[in-house]
Write a protein that binds this ligand. Structure first.
Ligand SMILES: NC(=O)c1ccc[n+]([C@@H]2O[C@H](COP(=O)([O-])OP(=O)(O)OC[C@H]3O[C@@H](n4cnc5c(N)ncnc54)[C@H](OP(=O)(O)O)[C@@H]3O)[C@@H](O)[C@H]2O)c1
Length: 488
């Protein structure tokens, strides 16, 4: 094995940035599994592989590298000691960027780069702030002299629509909603309620932030985050709040929204029926869609709802599905299992949720969870009612919006599909549908492949759009570059 080019570039940059390069340097390199960033076809699975020791010279420094590879796709890591010179690495002249303290692993690091509009092949060398020993990360896209440390990730601002939207939470779903609302002419982003400065908040200072409570209002400014007010202030300036807090936590905030008299939209992880009906824009009545408090369908239920809507509920005799779930999101390395599969011992909530949107539909669902973060997969077996032929059913799927029917014979590679997306965060809003001909008459066997992080966003915007814009409830505290003054 020769010294990989990105490692050589990173070493060159590190050593060029210190005043007195050492005569010798010992470093540990952790390579992505494939020997380049991206998926690997041959492990290591649940293991590290030892690639031995490499020797090279960088400038005047003799470098000894111990190289390991790990079950990892995102970037390279290099750790070494530079006694007496650590403070210059990451200084303004060094060409190395020091990461905010919120970034503590490579999943958050990658997310931070995506939040800033840089791709998965970000060009700079970054230093983890918390490590005593130097720990830096870089990708195959390293450009040693790149001045590019961030890109303006703000979307093209909308003209500022009539419906003023407040968003609570800037996690996986919240930040995607924020991004879309900011560029959609139907909406004005009134503000975003946060309780901590996560990677998105650091990456996107252009967003109007509001603090959830007193504590947050005190701590955010100490982390360099400007705050325009408190949750209560924001609620007076919005027509609707979309609560993107963690699943099953919305009920704790519902009373605040009720007191403020504001319409509330909760995300798909809320199981509490007092938060309103579960709705889907293509299946629910207008009355339900515009109710004062509603719940969106979860990502998998959204996928199923799109298929049911495309075929028409009356043309379906029965839906039976097996959901293969990713164990975690792209930004949460700590959440998932690392090997194996967790089999749901009881029917999953998906069928039940689908039936609550389409009363009378016969549906059943099971789910299992696997160590993966590239999107969920569903095997759907749909028995057709006598009036719908298999051929007509396929034609309906091909014509439906937000479905991407994959040609027979092609396979869906979730990681590849994500990598080829040019959208923010590589979002895939459409549902990939592959028809598998099992030779079973009157039944469709479908593989459904979805981006769990993005698929609900189009429906979320449809449900927000069902809000009636009200008279100004207070004066908008400058909505910055994204909004218009709601009081006018
Ligand atoms: N992730 C998915 O694939 C997915 C797909 C469809 C639907 N959903 C549903 O969407 C909802 C959001 O999920 P998510 O994946 O976006 O979760 P997430 O990534 O964990 O984000 C939740 C965010 O809410 C913030 N938060 C929590 N309490 C708050 C408060 N009191 N005030 C302000 N912010 C608060 C958290 O802040 P901290 O950083 O301070 O904790 C975090 O940033 C859930 O109902 C989930 O089930 C998720």
């Amino acid at each position: 094995m020769t010294v990989p080019a990105p490692v050589r570039s990173a070493l060159g940059l590190l050593l060029a940035g210190v005043q007195n390069p050492p005569a010798d340097l010992q470093a540990l390199v952790i390579a992505p599994a494939a020997g380049r960033c991206g998926p690997a076809a041959n492990g290591p699975v649940d293991a590290f592989r030892d690639h031995g020791v490499l020797h090279t010279t960088v400038g005047t420094t003799a470098v000894t590298l111990r190289v390991l590879s790990a079950q990892h796709t995102r970037c390279w890591l290099l750790s070494c000691d530079l006694p007496g010179q650590m403070s210059s690495v990451g200084g303004p002249m060094s060409g190395v960027e020091v990461l905010p303290a919120a970034v503590t692993d490579t999943a958050q690091l990658n997310e931070f780069m995506l939040d800033r509009g840089l791709g998965g092949d970000w060009p700079q060398v970054v230093r983890f702030g918390s490590a005593d020993r130097l720990l830096v990360a870089f990708t195959d896209g390293i450009r040693p002299h790149a001045a590019v440390h961030a890109r303006d990730a703000s979307p093209k601002p909308s003209r500022g629509g009539d419906i003023r939207v407040a968003v609570l939470g800037a996690g996986v779903i919240g930040k995607r909603v924020i991004h879309e609302v900011m560029s959609d002419d139907r909406f004005t982003l009134a503000g975003v309620v946060v309780r901590s400065a996560n990677t998105f908040v650091h990456a996107r200072p252009d967003v109007p932030y509001y603090a959830f409570d007193e504590d947050t209002a005190r701590t955010l400014p100490t982390q360099g985050v400007g705050v325009r007010g408190r949750l209560e202030d924001l609620l007076t300036q919005a027509d609707v709040v979309i609560d993107c807090g963690p699943s099953r936590s919305g009920a704790a905030r519902a009373a605040l929204y009720r007191e403020a008299g504001i319409r509330s939209v909760f995300c798909g992880g809320e199981r509490d029926s007092t938060l309103g009906p579960v709705v889907h824009p293509a299946l629910s009545s207008e009355e339900l869609l515009s109710a004062q408090s509603v719940r969106l369908t979860s990502c998998n239920t959204t996928a199923l709802a799109r298929v049911v809507a495309a075929l028409a509920p009356a043309s379906i005799a029965e839906v039976d599905v097996t959901v293969v779930r990713c164990c975690t999101d792209t930004d949460k390395a700590g959440k998932g299992i690392t090997n194996g599969a967790v089999l749901g011992p009881t029917p999953s909530h998906h069928a039940q949720d689908l039936v609550s949107v389409v009363p009378g539909l016969r549906a059943s669902s099971l789910a299992l969870t696997v160590p993966m973060d590239a999107g969920h997969v569903i095997h759907a077996r749909i028995s057709l009612a006598p009036q719908l032929s298999r051929r007509a059913a396929l034609a309906r799927l091909a014509d439906a919006s937000r479905l991407n029917v994959i040609h027979e014979g092609s396979t869906i590679d979730q990681v590849h599909r994500r990598a080829t997306m040019k959208t923010p965060w590589h979002n895939r809003y459409d549902l990939d549908v592959q028809v598998v001909d099992t030779g079973t008459p009157d039944r469709l066997d479908l593989w459904l492949a979805l981006d769990n992080e993005a698929i609900t966003i189009p429906e979320a915007l449809d449900v927000l759009a069902a809000t009636t814009a009200g008279p100004a409830r207070g004066e908008t505290v400058g909505a910055g570059p994204v909004g218009k003054n709601a009081a006018t």
